[in-house]
Design a protein around this ligand. Sequence first.
Ligand code: SF4
Length: 179
Amino acid sequence: MAKVKVATDWLAACAGCHMSLLDMDGRLVEILDKIELTSSPITDLKHPPVQGVDVGILTGAINNSTNLAVARMMRKRCKCLVALGDCAVFGGIAAMRNSFDIRDALARAYEDSESTVDGHIPKSEEIAKPIKAKAVERLVKVELNVPGCPPSPDAIYFVLKELVEGRMPILKDELLKYD
Ligand code: SF4
């Protein structure tokens, strides 16, 4: 049986959701028998092949123009797109700055931080433009939202296992419980 092709990427995220994926430990080896990880932020290949993959996993909120471009590319190349973790599902940490003016938030980071000396907000066409932080599904269609900060390795394993077996995962009980 052909392996299920899976790609992951991160947007405005810490690495926590991907670390939780790695925390599947031995089950990662088991699942890798059934899936081919085509790309991820923690492997050499960063983007899914243009021919597309079966499952895409996005962590993090859409927080700037680069995040939006990555989310759109993943949507285009992934048959089933999963938003993994509270940042991807609700906007999470990044969305906390939505109540501030973007210029003020940039000034706090680049000009006014306690460790800044003669700081300035960088300006270049090559730098991503900040936008209001949003959950992934606010800007691209997703097939599945998996909440948690981060979702537990058990929940991630369940999701992957169900998808590999051709079922849409239904998370409940302990898999939706997090402290
Ligand atoms: S949901 Fe939590 S662990 Fe995942 S990227 Fe956001 S802050 Fe990090």
